[in-house]
Design a protein around this ligand. Structure first.
Ligand code: PEP
Ligand code: MN
Length: 474
């Protein structure tokens, strides 16, 4: 019996390392009562007060008739990639604008953000030696949670800007009225963004042979641009070697890339309208994006967003600050991923450089001892926001320190750092301070373009990728 127990124990340890894949169960009991509209029974935080119910109904109906933006099979593929990130066999890179906007919509901007993400992925793959899963905060990242319902400027008080899918950023009474027609415009912009991204991903642009050509013009002379070109040269040599060994240069592995899209699951009228039943599995997918996350302000266990998200079969995430306590997190994970499916749930930690070392370990330990499998992701942006010279900004050094702390804590606990979630752009903006490009306080006003939070510019983002590669290699 002793020997048998030993064997069993060995088996069960193996099961923890290589979990059986049972991801897509149709008849799970917890879902039997769920409907895309069941969230309406519960308190929904951070929703706009639409004045015209009829206009809202019309807009929602229009979107309900529109085709899905993403497909169930793609979401399932992403989920299996994310399971690899949870197990340390891949690394997630998720990045893009804090908020997409209608006025800054342009093909070149999408291309440049996509291109920096490809560069970052090459740096992390070649330098860190693991596959990189790429997800944009794109094609739907329009709705913003706000700390205050009202904003006051020079004694004038107006409703807060909640993202272009809801109202306008301009500080006027008419711009701040929530307009349901914006849902339709956001859907249309997401559709054309995705169309372009799909073209870039599979139409030859993202082929690994082009790795040298992805450098952005303005980065050529910077240290990061130079470091990237050096690395790209080595990648090219490696490819030549592999081709000499017989690797076909027209295989999809060499000519295409997988790129997924994500946004915060915030505006529930929009998300419900795009939630469709998958004909092959009978499961409900929110077809507005491959991956959706629940924000720090809307993750209450007994409220609408968690109710909605538990029923969709997409891979999902939840943002977690230092305010979260351990048993609350374990309950939240149990509600969102009751089958404990690897890759289903990412916990996105955003505590701030100073708070992470103190507060993350108890969360990771609690989740570990509950036997829950999640993908641990670091968002080093949202806990490090400060106001400098009238601008909302973040210091590169603080951002890097939070990433460093995230890797350190996982190393100490023997757990897996699964990914990085950034607010970034391919543009040459001056929104975050410091980094190799040395953005100074006096530079903030020169190219501060964000509609919401400050983003890393292309150089700063690439610098971060080199740092991550150095940590993945260890
Ligand atoms: C965001 O990702 O832009 C955001 C608002 O994050 P959080 O919910 O973590 O504050
Ligand atoms: Mn943000």
């Amino acid at each position: 019996p002793q020997a048998t127990r030993g064997l069993l124990r060995q088996r069960s340890i193996r099961a923890v390392v290589e979990p059986p894949v049972l991801p897509f169960e149709k008849d799970a009991e917890h879902l039997s009562q769920w409907r895309p509209e069941s969230w309406r029974q519960l308190k929904a935080y951070q929703q706009p007060n639409y004045r015209d119910e009829k206009k809202l109904r019309d807009a929602v109906e229009t979107i309900t008739r529109m085709p899905p933006l993403v497909f169930a099979g793609e979401c399932r593929n992403l989920q299996s990639r994310l399971a690899k990130c949870a197990a340390g066999e891949a690394f997630l890179l998720q990045g893009g604008d804090c908020a997409e906007s209608f006025s800054q919509f342009s093909a070149n901007r999408i291309r440049d953000s996509f291109r920096v993400m490809l560069q970052m992925a090459v740096v992390a793959m070649f330098g860190g030696g693991v596959p990189v899963v790429k997800i944009g905060r794109m094609a739907g990242q329009f709705a913003k949670p706000r700390s205050a319902d009202l904003e006051t400027i020079d004694g004038m008080e107006l409703p807060s800007y909640r993202g272009d899918i809801i109202n306008g950023a301009e500080f006027t009474e008419s711009a701040r009225v929530p307009d349901p027609q914006r849902l339709v415009q956001a859907y249309n912009q997401s559709a054309s963004t995705l169309n372009l991204l799909r073209g870039f991903s599979t139409g030859g642009y993202a082929g690994l042979q082009r790795v040298m050509q992805w450098n952005l013009e303005f980065m050529g002379k910077s240290d990061e641009g130079q470091a990237y070109m050096d690395l790209a040269k080595r990648v090219e040599e490696a490819i030549q070697f592999m081709e000499a060994c017989g690797l076909e240069n027209d295989t999809p592995m060499m000519t295409e890339t997988e790129f997924y899209v994500s946004h915060e699951c915030l505006l529930l009228d929009y998300e419900q309208a795009l939630t469709r039943e998958d004909s092959t599995t009978g499961l409900w997918y929110d077809c507005s994006g491959h991956f959706l996350w629940c924000g720090e302000r809307t993750r209450q266990l007994d409220a609408a967003h968690v109710e909605f998200m538990r029923g969709i079969a997409n891979p999902i995430g939840v943002k977690v600050s230092d305010k979260m306590d351990a048993s609350q997190l374990v309950s939240l994970i149990a509600a969102l991923n009751p089958e404990n499916t690897p890759g289903r749930l990412a916990v996105i930690i955003r505590m701030g450089a100073g708070k992470l070392r103190e507060n993350m370990p108890r969360l990771v330990e609690a989740v570990e001892s509950a036997g829950q499998t999640v993908t641990w992701v670091c968002d080093p942006m949202h806990g490090n926001t400060e106001s400098v010279a009238g601008y909302k900004t973040r210091r590169y050094e603080r951002i890097r320190q939070e990433v460093e702390a995230f890797f350190d804590v996982h190393e100490q606990l023997g757990t897996v750092p699964g990914g990085l979630h950034l607010e970034m752009t391919g543009d040459d903006v001056t929104e975050c301070l410091g980094g190799g490009s040395s953005i100074l306080e006096a530079d903030l006003n020169s190219r501060y373009h964000t509609h919401c939070d400050p983003r890393l510019n292309a150089e700063q983002a690439l610098e971060m990728a080199f740092y991550v590669a150095s940590r993945l290699r260890q």
